[in-house]
Design a protein around this ligand. Structure first.
Ligand SMILES: [Zn+2]
Length: 373
């Protein structure tokens, strides 16, 4: 499975020279200092000391590098079809300049989103409604995810989506939803869902803010991945108590999505900050924060391709942060990941590399935004 955009892969070699600090997010959580990284054909080919290379050489002695981010659930719903392209471009560029190189996008304009994402340099998997899905053939939609935005419609829809391999479901998002669902179907949404023997390869539950402790037990059976959008949960005043610690104890993977971004920030760094603050308050535990894994390594499961890690063989999706700016904010290198969540913002991004191409560089911001606003 997976879908590499072959045409958009860089043919020329790119050397990131003297990378000051690299947060690899590999299985050993290694931090690398003063290394070179060689990119070719959209992948990371070599990490170490790289000599005598032609092609593009980028001086990275002022860069802190992380894997590109995956936005696990973004909304791009267009209400004015005459402006679909410029709207998609605005949303996707905002995501890109905030470090997103991969995204699952729930949209009503799938063709426009795919074409625009290619222009912008973001790699996308589509999520569409079940109604939209029925209009396409199996083959066309091979890599498409179905997104159920209203769980009250779940019982009507679930029978018709048997050929789906992946499913995003907004579920138990608000107290009102849980009780309305229960009144109608005699079960809570999650209990109802777990009663079904879904022939679905992967299930993603979006914003489950209202989960009972006994429902957590059921998570062992379904083995879903959780997608949380802290700002959307806050914005819609959904209240609830996102069970981060309990889900972590069950080793349920967590991804972060910007979700209803039309009205909110599209920055995953902001989402990590907001989410971490909510956790501290909810659990009354200042040591809590959301790991960068939720926007990096989990991307491999979500996108179905090797992303989210700075490692040989992985796709060359990278974010270059301005380390001098971060030092000026008092970035603590000893506790880099926590410091990263607390201090780093999208304004510190100098460059975003997507599949080995420079998709965004801060110095080119005015040109990038031309025609958007
Ligand atoms: Zn959604």
């Amino acid at each position: 499975m997976g879908h590499d955009n072959k045409e958009s892969e860089a043919k020329e070699e790119v050397v990131l020279k003297n990378c000051r600090l690299v947060i690899t997010k590999d299985e050993n959580g290694r931090l690398l200092e003063n290394v070179d990284i060689l990119l070719k054909d959209g992948r990371i080919i070599e990490i170490g000391t790289i000599k005598d290379k032609k092609g593009i050489i980028l001086d990275c002695s002022n860069a802190l590098i992380t894997p590109g981010f995956t936005d696990a659930h973004m909304h791009l719903i267009c209400h004015d079809m005459t402006k679909a392209h410029s709207f998609a471009r605005m949303v996707l560029l905002s995501a890109l300049v905030n470090g997103v190189t991969n995204a699952v996008i729930f949209t009503n304009v799938p063709n426009v989103v795919m074409a625009t994402a290619k222009e912008v340099g973001i790699h996308v998997r589509l999520a569409i409604s079940p109604e939209e899905y029925k209009r396409f053939s199996n083959r066309e939609m091979a890599n498409t995810i179905i997104s159920i935005e209203d769980p009250l419609s779940l019982p009507d829809l679930i029978e018709s989506i048997d050929r789906v391999v992946e499913l995003h479901i907004h579920i138990s998002e608000s107290r009102n939803e849980v009780f309305t669902f229960k009144r109608k179907y005699k079960r809570t949404p999650i209990a109802w869902l777990l009663d079904r023997n879904l022939s679905v390869e992967k299930v993603y539950l979006v914003n489950p803010n209202w989960i009972a402790s006994w429902e957590l037990e059921l998570f062992k059976k379904l083995k879903p991945c959780i997608i949380w959008s802290p700002s959307t949960s806050m914005y819609r005043a959904l209240d609830g108590f996102f069970p981060y610690k309990e889900l972590s104890a069950l080793r349920v993977p967590l991804a972060i999505g910007s979700c209803d971004s039309a009205s909110l920030s599209i920055s995953l760094l902001d989402e990590l900050k907001i989410g971490s603050l909510l956790l501290k308050y909810n659990y009354w535990d200042p040591s809590l924060y959301i790991s960068l894994n939720a926007v990096t390594t989990v991307g491999e499961r979500i996108m179905g391709v090797p992303v989210g890690c700075v490692k040989i063989g992985y796709l060359a999706d990278l974010i270059l942060f301005d380390i001098k700016r971060l030092m000026a904010k008092g970035l603590d290198l000893k506790n880099i990941e926590r410091a990263f969540i607390e201090k780093v913002s999208s304004h510190d991004i100098m460059m975003v590399i997507s599949r080995g191409n420079v998709a965004y560089s801060r110095s080119r911001l005015p040109q990038v935004l031309e025609g958007v606003y």
